[in-house]
Ligand binder design. Structure first.
Ligand SMILES: [Zn+2]
Ligand SMILES: [Zn+2]
Ligand SMILES: [Zn+2]
Ligand SMILES: [Zn+2]
Ligand SMILES: [Zn+2]
Ligand SMILES: [Zn+2]
Ligand SMILES: [Zn+2]
Length: 1803
């Protein structure tokens, strides 16, 4: 055997070791052998030198070699031995023995997506992994998605986790397998070895991890040669901040702060890190310093230990062993079973087993060690059913201790063993088993109680301080309780009952300790001095409420359990009440009715809002009916004393007795049922206090009480607070005589004086008292409405829980239409986070889809408005008034009566049927009559409108009730009508009639009418019932229907009138638009500030002369914008003219890479950047935008100086955080607050300055023009060469071309040509009119150019740099290019679709640029012109002149247009002052540049196949292109494997040249003001020919390059020039490097990266992404750059880098390479967009992913499935492409103060 192994092994020593192990194994000495081997090897491999010892200095190499060594030396031999052969093969074989898995069990990493099915999950913690989910049927159900916090696992295959379809398609295959003991399937020899090996390895790993002697090892691991090196080990805690740790480290080990940051990162990630390596002394010193510098009064110091390196080495190895074990058992069920058995086996010594040891030592371990232990538990114990059970027993047994350890610990819940609770307690069978056999319920509740309360005299007292400080840690047993209770048992047995009731009793003890908590006494006179703490009681309440509700739910399923639980609670309640002696009673009388009530004055004595015992009782009470029990059922009142052991014993037998269903009645001492008064008293006090708070009587008690009242009523608490109190009152009411009930209420509301008319009679009431009393009466009446009207609780009314939800939804939608999330927030959730809303929402509402912004909303269907009740008890006061307003508005619009009468109510259940008697009792009728009488009395001050409203509502309710009873029951005792009509003129009925027409109740007149109508109706019914004749009835037309009919008629008439007017208006509008179509479009778009200057002719006359914008024959300027404006600062109108005051536009100049075709290429050295010869990949550009607001230049300057001065003053005091940086020249537009950093001067249009006619008569043919320019380039080059040769030594200067004088060119030309040429250029240098621009204009132009230079290139201002004007021209070209892309991206026509600010921006830019040539140094300009020409008309190759492939032709066109006029300027030419721009130059230029562009396009073409569509004839143009294509490519020496067809080429060329033509057309349109052709104002039309015509180009562009027979030959670029282009150095290299590096034509619009449709794909991408810097670790905040798609590790120290000497996060670093300082990201975990600009500014933005309800979900809080909304993503695309991100960010920051405090640079 051994020999065979050796034969298979490469290298010798592994086989030797395996042989030794085998030998030892046979001798029974395996453990010794292994330990000896490890003792020698482990210290050699781990922690061998300082470099490896100090974690942060571990290079990837060191880590790798450690990894490899431990693999080769330590694990390899072990695996060979274990397998008895090649591990890879054996493990595979073992795997095949496994049953196909029925459980997935995939352990989630942090951030991985998880899915739960809302329809099928047993509880919300049940989740699927993405693979299982996608293969399951739940994909089609209502599912919820979220991201894992790490630590859980996939529940696929767990039959208890899912109500149906627990298996996905993958795991379904595991079904039906025989469950054979998996160990039996293993080959016996392997099994035998595995028992040994796994046991030794596990024992070793756990021993080492828990090893406490840091100075040395266990004896059997001591190496033979002891070393003497130590490390200082620093441990993580959650108390000290990064900064504190870094600070301590820099002191202790004298390191750079960067290194300290790395240590701190490791400590945070791994839980510990060695920070020093050396001898004992130096390590001790470091420890002392760290501890000293981190200890403070408030916190204990950081944990630091000095450890022997060999201990570290073994611990490191122990962690690896755990991992290895995890891998090994993953191969085989059998091996897993062996490991589990070993781990759970108690050693013969009686010590705890390995698992228990780990459980109890959890908090002593460091972070990674803990996580590894938990992972191996999940991967082994929890995957094996039997072991899971054993594990859970151990866990339950140790639960109190483990929780206690966690309390004392400082690590997060996620890295604690208690995070495993969810894996155990959510399994229903397991939970039930643990309850029955191990008293789990009692243990959990008791653990909580012991943690936060102390027991005194048998009663628990809550420890406020603990609750307040540690609640975050304390709460976990309460969560566990929720898990345990989440599945209600379908079957009970005795043991379960006993154990459940045992737990229930402890729960009642806990609730008893809360009863009466935080009681308050009304403060009179002075305001309270200190706000009492109130949150902890509410925190406790919120966490406890679900568990209490679930316990009540358990009770409800079994009659006996319910009875016992009821008794326990009643007993507790009576104990709280105390004996009858302590309760004072007194007598009260109202209108001949007398009642004995509890004498307790809420406004003077303490009252608490916390009454959990009463509320629990109310909850149980509602369940009684289900089991045929009532409040007075004798079964409910057994012996009170069953705490004594005997009593308990007798209980047990009693329960057993009952369970055997023996009908013999039990003979037991009975207690009296609590009196209705006992039930009533406590909740009534609380409710009265709240009424008094509303009446503002408790103002002096401060905010604390205010908050409590708020939460009492809030959706999160009300179900277990307010609602239960109301139920309790209803319970009491149903038991009592209604008159007595009302007297008790009046007494408690302190309204006895009011009802006895004392205040009214005395007339001496103070204003305050009167106000309080009036408010209290309102509250009292509201209260009656609620008590009698709130019947939508199953048990009280005859309703289902669906009815209850439906009513909630209806009332929410009566406030306003709502989005899904708003609605769910307003509804209470059950423990499964369900509101039940989906079941009813479609019935009651219609869904309105959202637009590009906003959310989808639900609107109530009209037929449900009748259910509206303005006094709905879950309305806040704001809700109430909003809903009333909305309903009033709606009713007025519909022309209905404005009354909102009480809605029809469902019948009450039998138990509660006597509730309605309140509405007809004497005291009630008396009270209402009193209210109405006071309204009628003109002297009375004690009435309010609100009172009338409520009184009328109550009368309406009483009438409704009587009517309902008449209709449903044959015999009724409800006599409201009778009582209300008694007493003649004193009756309630006549009081109602007296109100009619009273102006003081005008607002409720409609309701009054309704009430009287209803009154008459019911009276009739009553008479009918009593057999009275109904002869009268017929003739009586109800006043209601009469008034209603009238109203309807009026409203109908009004509506018709409105419609008619609207129709007329719309007709007029339509015809107006038809008549003024052109004008209409212009106002929307091109025209901005000056509609008066619109001089364009009527659109009908256009076709007679097609507009041409270029050349001597160009059309007259008709479309001139930006001519007059109003200064937004001084409000004066200003005409734009050369001599007038200068006006400017606020503008923002920014660097840009948006158009880059080489993403990631950065402007490395701005000092060397040549802005003149622009590369066509546009990797860097300068973009300018404006908000379009105009100011006088001097007004703006004063404004700007004021801002600067203000900021300087402010800087001295506090640094105010601004959204803009004044020191970078930024300011906000004074009108619209758009971010700006410069201004663009508005110049007069060129047509007003330079008459066109002047240059018209110069004649110079294209070829002569070309010839002249060629000669110029030649001559200059010759001159330069000569100069070069003359001064060889200074050759590192760039060669500079200087233009030669004009005569030296013309002398070599033919006479006619020379004359024309002379005229063309001479005219411009000598006879130009003096430039009419004022100094202020020139200054503003300079300012703008300077801004483009400094902000665009990121350089310091330097006015002497020749590149200053050039960057200004560049920004004009770049901005036009951007706009062209934007229009193309949105499929809009070229003209007429720009916004006015965009149109104004390019118009202003073009005007500035076209005259800037004449305002700069003419020599600089002429040199620029010459350089451009030498690129375009190359002669001799020059090293700083690129080939035409590397030149953007639109930029070249703009630059040449600006500069060419100054070509022949020299020092003698007067500087400045000449206006140039002769049309003939433009035309020739246009031809030349287009020709060059065409060659560029032909050279870059990359056809892979040749084809022609059928029926396409080859055109002359097509053949010309083929000819040209072949020719230029041959010249350039490129291979042409595929020759495309003429049709293909023609299409390709036309498409490719189009963007250039479009940009040129925009440019010349802005420059000349020639109106655009009509075709270019529509989308979807062929643009090519109109564009050519507009630009004075031939429609057949091939004629620019090739002399076609018959065609106009005036503009052919001769072959010699093509040839030069194609032979220029660099061409061949560019072409040879392949299509990837060339710009592809047609140039496509850059878009944000495509995003997947389903957001879970995004989450998944984020979860597989690991931090690129920390060796495969998860990234905490994976963030995707939407520009380039790269995933980044954001917001984390690990990926910080230095930017200009400051540490910045990954996103900020990225925007400087990817987006020139601007970025747009998707934060994957948060599902939100992050916009960044610069280092300090940013904002969050809703993501474009929406759920089915049209809502986004920031932070994935709701978890609905999310899908990409294309429209919204396009909106983001537009935001990015239009360069609006900085502007948007600043707007957001201005609007959102919290954004200013975020440190954006760290993201
Ligand atoms: Zn799964
Ligand atoms: Zn599955
Ligand atoms: Zn499902
Ligand atoms: Zn002004
Ligand atoms: Zn503005
Ligand atoms: Zn990017
Ligand atoms: Zn990272």
């Amino acid at each position: 055997m051994a020999a065979k192994i050796a034969g298979n092994l490469e290298g010798c020593n592994v086989s030797i070791i395996v042989q030794q192990l085998q030998g030892a194994y046979e001798r029974g000495q395996l453990k010794n052998a292994l330990y000896q081997y490890w003792a020698q090897q482990v210290p050699k491999i781990f922690f061998t030198s300082a470099e490896v010892a100090i974690s942060t200095q571990r290079t990837p190499d060191a880590v790798q070699s450690e990894e490899k060594l431990s693999r080769d030396v330590l694990f390899e031999p072990l695996e060979w031995f274990l397998c008895g052969g090649n591990p890879a093969a054996v493990f595979q074989q073992l795997q095949s023995l496994n049953n196909p898995p029925q459980l997935c069990g995939k352990v989630f990493k942090v951030g991985e997506p998880t899915y739960s099915c809302r329809d099928c999950c047993a509880d919300p913690t049940c989740v699927f992994c993405i693979e299982c989910f996608n293969k399951s049927t739940h994909k089609t159900h209502r599912y919820r998605m979220s991201t894992s916090g790490g630590g859980g696992y996939c529940d696929c295959g767990d039959v208890e986790a899912w109500k149906q379809d627990p298996w996905c398609d993958i795991h379904k295959q595991g079904l039906g397998q025989q469950s054979q003991n998996p160990i039996e399937k293993l080959p016996p020899d392997i099994a035998a070895r595995a028992w040994e090996v796994l046991k030794i390895a596990l024992q070793y790993a756990v021993d080492m991890l828990l090893w406490e002697q840091m100075g040395g090892l266990p004896q059997d691991l001591e190496p033979s040669v002891p070393q003497n090196t130590y490390v200082t080990m620093l441990f993580n805690d959650e108390i000290h901040t990064y900064e504190q740790v870094i600070n301590a480290l820099t002191k202790a080990i004298n390191c750079e702060s960067k290194e300290a940051v790395e240590f701190a990162t490791v400590v945070d990630r791994e839980g510990r890190s060695s920070v020093r390596y050396g001898n004992r002394k130096s390590c001790d010193e470091a420890r002392t310093v760290i501890q000293k510098s981190t200890s403070s009064v408030r916190s204990k110091p950081l944990k630091v230990e000095v450890m022997h390196t060999s201990v570290c080495a073994h611990q490191a190895f122990a962690q690896k062993v755990l991992n290895w074990l995890g891998q090994v058992v993953n191969h085989s069920d059998g091996l897993r079973h062996i490991l589990c058995t070993t781990a759970l086996q108690q050693p013969p010594t009686g010590d705890p087993c390995v698992v228990e040891r780990l459980m109890l030592a959890d908090t002593a371990l460091w972070k990674t060690a803990r996580v590894q232990c938990h992972q191996i538990m999940m991967g082994s114990l929890l995957m094996d059913q039997e072991s899971k059970k054993q594990f859970s027993v151990l866990y339950t047994r140790n639960y109190p201790q483990v929780q206690k350890d966690f309390m004392a610990d400082d690590h997060d819940h996620g890295v604690s063993i208690i995070s495993l609770s969810v894996q155990i307690f959510t399994v229903p069978t397991l939970a039930r088993y643990l309850i029955m056999e191990h008293d789990l319920l009692a243990i959990v509740i008791r653990t909580f109680l012991d943690q936060c309360a102390s027991c005194r005299h048998g009663r628990y007292l809550l420890d406020r301080e603990k609750l307040q400080k540690n609640f975050r840690r304390l709460q976990f047993p309460l969560l566990d309780l929720k898990y345990v209770l989440s599945m209600v048992p379908d079957q009970w047995n005795d043991q379960l009952k006993r154990k459940f009731l045992n737990g229930f009793k402890i729960m009642v003890e806990l609730l008893t300790s809360m009863q009466g908590m935080d009681s308050v006494t009304r403060q009179v006179g002075q305001h309270i001095e200190m706000e009492p703490e109130w949150e902890s009681a509410f925190n406790l309440q919120i966490k406890l409420a679900p568990a209490v509700a679930m316990m009540a739910g358990w009770c409800a399923t079994d009659k006996m359990v319910l009875i016992d639980a009821f008794r326990i609670v009643v007993k507790a309640l009576l104990e709280i009440r105390g004996t009858a002696d302590t309760v004072k009673m007194c007598k009260r009388r109202v209108c001949d009715q007398e009642a004995i009530v509890v004498d307790y004055t809420v406004s003077r004595e303490p009252v608490s809002i916390h009454l959990p015992i009463c509320r629990l009782l109310a909850g149980l009470y509602l369940q009684l009916g289900k089991h045929g029990l009532t409040f007075n059922s004798p079964e409910l009142y057994g012996p009170l004393d069953w705490t004594s052991p005997q009593a308990r014993l007798s209980r047990a037998s009693e329960i057993a007795h009952r369970a055997s269903a023996c009908p013999t009645p039990l003979v037991l001492a009975r207690s009296q049922p609590p009196s209705a008064m006992d039930l009533l008293e406590q909740p009534l006090r609380t409710l009265v206090m709240i009424a008094q708070v509303h009446a503002e009587m408790w103002k002096r008690n401060g905010y604390s009480l205010f908050h409590q009242v708020y939460y009492y009523h809030n959706v999160r608490c009300r179900a277990e607070m307010q609602d239960k109190d109301i139920i309790m009152l209803q319970v009491a009411c149903a038991q009592m005589d209604p008159n007595q009930f009302l007297i008790a209420l009046l007494n408690k509301f302190e309204l006895m004086n009011w009802i006895e008319d004392v205040t009214e009679k005395g007339g001496s009431a103070t204003d305050d008292l009167l106000r309080f009393t009036n408010s209290l009466v309102e509250e009292f009446l509201t209260f009656l409405i609620i008590i009698t009207g709130e019947r939508y609780v199953p048990g009280i009314g005859q309703v289902s829980s669906e009815d209850m939800v439906r009513r909630e939804v209806i009332h929410q939608l009566c406030i306003s239409p709502m989005a899904h999330s708003e609605l769910s927030k307003a509804l209470p959730e059950n423990h499964k986070h369900e509101t039940g809303m989906e079941a009813v929402i479609a019935d009651v509402s219609t869904f309105k889809k959202p637009g590009v912004t906003g959310m989808g909303r639900y609107e109530l269907k009209p037929e449900f408005y009748k259910d509206y009740n303005p006094f709905f008890y879950h309305y806040t006061r704001a809700d109430q008034s909003k809903s009333e307003e909305a309903q009033l508005k709606r009713k007025k619009q519909e022309g209905e009566s404005t009354a909102c009468p009480p809605p029809e109510l469902p019948a009450l259940s039998k138990e509660f049927s006597s509730l309605v008697n309140v509405l007809e009792c004497d005291v009630f009728v008396h009270t209402i009559r009193m209210v109405l009488r006071r309204v009628n009395s003109s002297r009375s001050r004690s009435w309010t409108e609100a009172m009338v409203h409520r009184a009328l509502h109550l009368v309406g309710m009483a009438l409704n009730e009587e009517k309902r009873l008449y209709q449903t029951s044959p015999y009724i005792r409800f006599n409201f009508v009778k009582k209300a009509t008694e007493g003649g003129s004193n009756s309630l009925y006549s009081a109602l009639h007296d109100l009619l027409g009273k102006p003081r109740i005008q607002n409720h007149a409609d309701l009054l009418t309704w009430v009287i109508d209803r009154f008459d109706e019911v009276k009739d019914l009553k008479d009918q019932k009593q057999g009275a004749s109904d002869a009268q009835k017929a003739k009586k037309v109800s006043s209601k229907s009469k008034t209603d009919a009238e109203r309807k008629k009026k409203a109908e008439a009004a509506r018709k009138r409105r419609e008619k007017i609207l129709a007329q208006m719309s007709d007029m509008q339509k015809s107006f638009i038809r008549d003024n179509l052109e004008l209409f479009e212009a106002t929307g778009t091109e025209l901005s500030s000056s509609p008066s200057m619109e001089v364009e002719g009527s659109p009908m006359v256009v076709p007679s002369q097609y507009p041409v914008a270029v050349g001597p024959d160009r059309s007259p300027a008709t479309h001139v914008t930006l001519t007059t404006s109003t200064c937004i600062l001084c409000q004066e109108d200003q005409e734009v003219a050369a001599g007038n005051k200068c006006v400017v536009l606020a503008a923002y100049v920014q660097r840009s890479t948006a158009l880059s075709k080489s993403r990631g290429k950065v402007l490395e050295d701005p000092d060397k950047y040549d802005p003149l010869l622009v590369s066509p990949d546009l990797y860097h550009g300068v973009h300018t935008s404006t908000c379009g607001h105009v100011m006088h230049a001097d007004c703006w300057q004063r404004f700007y100086e004021a801002i600067v001065a203000r900021e300087q003053r402010r800087a001295l005091r506090f640094r105010h955080i601004l959204s803009y940086e004044v020191d970078r020249g930024e300011f906000l537009c004074p009108l619209c607050e758009t971010l700006s950093n410069t201004v663009i001067p508005i110049l007069p249009p060129s047509s007003t300055i330079q008459p066109d006619s002047v240059s018209a008569d110069i004649s110079l043919s294209f070829s002569d023009w070309l010839d002249g320019l060629k000669k110029t380039v030649e001559a200059s080059q010759r001159a330069m060469m000569k100069e070069e040769e003359d001064k060889m030594e200074s050759s590192d200067d760039m060669p500079v071309l200087s233009p030669c004088p004009l005569p030296s060119i013309t002398k070599n030309m033919a006479e006619m040509a020379a004359q024309g040429f002379q005229q063309l250029f001479e005219y411009m240098t000598e006879t130009g009119a003096q430039a009419p621009y004022s100094d202020s204009v020139k200054e503003m132009m300079k300012l703008f150019s300077r801004a483009t230079y400094t902000f665009g290139l990121g350089l310091d201002p330097n006015d002497d740099d020749d590149r200053v004007p050039i960057t200004a021209w560049g920004t004009c070209a770049y901005t036009i290019r951007t706009l062209e892309w934007l229009l193309r991206d949105q499929g809009k026509p070229l003209f007429g679709s720009l916004s006015s600010r965009q149109a104004d921006c390019i118009t202003a830019l073009v005007r500035v640029v076209t005259v800037s040539g004449s305002l700069s140094d003419p020599q600089t300009i002429s040199k620029s012109a010459l350089r451009l020409l030498s690129a375009l008309l190359p002669q001799e190759p020059m090293k700083n002149i690129p080939c035409i492939l590397d030149l953007d032709m639109f930029f070249t066109l703009v630059f040449l247009h600006v500069t060419i006029s100054s070509l022949y300027c020299d020092e003698n030419t007067a500087a400045g002052g000449t206006i140039r721009g002769v049309a003939l130059n433009d035309k020739h230029l246009m031809h030349l540049v287009t020709a060059a562009h065409l060659v560029q396009i032909l050279l870059a073409a990359n056809f892979t196949s040749a084809d022609t569509p059928m029926d396409t004839e080859e055109t002359a143009e097509g053949s010309a292109w083929v000819k040209l294509f072949m020719a230029v490519r041959k010249e350039a020496g490129v291979q042409t494997p595929v020759v495309p067809s003429g049709w293909q080429l023609q299409t390709y060329v036309r498409e490719s040249v189009l963007p250039f033509l479009r940009c040129s057309a925009l440019f010349f349109h802005c420059h000349t003001g020639v109106q655009s052709p009509a075709q270019l104002q529509e989308s979807g039309v062929s643009e090519f020919e109109p564009l050519c015509q507009y630009l004075a180009l031939p429609a057949d562009l091939s004629s620019l390059l090739l002399q076609n027979s018959g065609a106009d030959v005036g503009h052919v670029v001769p072959h010699t020039i093509h040839s030069k282009w194609c032979h220029y150095p660099g061409i061949k290299e560019s072409l040879a490097s392949g299509p990837a590096s060339l710009v592809k034509y047609p140039v496509e619009v850059n878009r944000l990266v495509p995003l997947p449709h389903d957001y879970s794909d995004v989450i998944n991408r984020g979860s597989v992404f690991t931090c690129p810097r920390s060796d495969g670790d998860d990234s905490r905040a994976p963030t995707m750059c939407l520009v380039c798609g790269q995933m980044l590790c954001s917001q984390s120290y690990c990926c910080q880098t230095d930017l200009e000497g400051e540490p910045v996060g990954a996103c900020t670093a990225h925007i400087y390479t990817c987006g020139a300082g601007v970025g747009i990201f998707l934060r994957v975990r948060e599902c939100q967009i992050l916009l960044l600009t610069g280092k300090t500014k940013g904002c969050f933005y809703p993501s474009p992913y929406l759920d089915d309800y049209g809502e986004h979900d920031q932070g994935l809080r709701r978890g609905n499935p999310l899908y990409l909304c294309q429209e919204r993503y396009r909106k983001l695309q537009k935001l990015w492409l239009s360069h609006s991100i900085p502007e948007e960010v600043v707007h957001f920051m201005e609007a959102n103060a919290s954004f200013a405090t975020i440190e954006w640079q760290h993201l």
